[in-house]
Design a protein around this ligand. Structure first.
Ligand SMILES: [Zn+2]
Ligand SMILES: [Zn+2]
Length: 267
């Protein structure tokens, strides 16, 4: 497997000839794009039993102007294993997974960042940041920071680490405004908040609360994988009904419209 030159030397070492499609192409076989519809949560695209919002999204203040998952991350399957492995495996395997996931995010944002901005009601995102790790000790070295801040060209220049995990004790799936603390003050900038995985959304919503406290404008979350379990209720049937292979020119947001966003046509 080819290693991206930039993964060793930071953004200055990125090869101008490198194309995200090279590493993201294989992901089309196991990347499943969410689509809006009946029985799909209108916020996070979780499958529901006919409700407009899933259990988690129906509780409390949402705090996010838009949530756009690139794919479903199906428990135990390939994308899920990549999203776990890039953080936990270490060594060359983790490095390879990080570059592949960077390629997926890069290719997606190149085509659909405009869709995300439109869904959030803003013209563009001046600032891009990530949801910090839930574990304080792992936060600074979290590979998601390098992925967004160094490897993904559409985000690297706008990335800033504006949050960190606080010392406040928070339950795993609790939305808590004190879970993260701002590192500075913002001036109403719209923020694109990136995370690898959305399970209940508690981390992203807690991060959005901290960003709001810091003075951010509208916050939109882009997540690589919206976690689902194939075995739950009718999830297997519903996953099988989604378009395959993955279509890079469509996203969960622009597929709602009859005409794809102009940026999507170019991909
Ligand atoms: Zn939801
Ligand atoms: Zn789109």
């Amino acid at each position: 497997m080819t290693l991206w030159p930039g993964c060793r030397g930071g953004n200055s070492a990125l090869s101008p000839s490198w194309r995200p499609s090279e590493l993201s192409d294989p992901y089309a076989d196991f990347t499943v794009g969410p689509r809006a519809g009946n029985g799909v949560c209108g916020v996070c695209f979780n499958f529901t039993r006919g409700y407009e919002r899933c259990y988690s999204c129906a509780r409390g203040e949402l705090l996010l102007a838009a949530v756009v998952p690139i794919s479903y991350s199906i428990g135990g399957e390939q994308l899920h294993r990549a999203l776990v492995g890039y953080k936990w495996l270490g060594g060359e395997v983790a490095q390879r997974l990080t570059t592949e996931l960077a390629a997926v995010l890069w290719r997606f944002l190149a085509a659909h960042e405009r869709c995300v901005a439109a869904a959030a009601g803003v013209s563009r995102f001046e600032l891009v940041t990530v949801v910090p790790s839930g574990e304080r000790g792992r936060d600074a070295g979290h590979p998601l920071r390098r992925l967004v801040g160094e490897l993904v060209r559409p985000t690297q220049a706008r990335y800033r680490p504006v949050l960190r995990r606080s010392a406040v004790s928070v339950q795993l799936r609790e939305v808590h405004p004190g879970k993260f603390e701002p590192l500075g003050t913002l001036r109403g900038e719209p923020v694109m908040l990136i995370d690898d995985t959305w399970t209940t959304g508690a981390s992203a919503r807690s991060a959005a609360a901290a960003l709001e406290r810091a003075g951010a404008g509208p916050v939109a979350a882009v997540v690589i994988g919206r976690h689902v379990n194939r075995e739950w209720h009718e999830n297997d049937r519903r996953l099988r009904a989604l378009p395959a292979p993955f279509n890079w020119s469509r996203c969960a947001v622009c597929d709602r419209a009859s005409d794809p966003a102009p940026a999507a046509r170019r991909s």
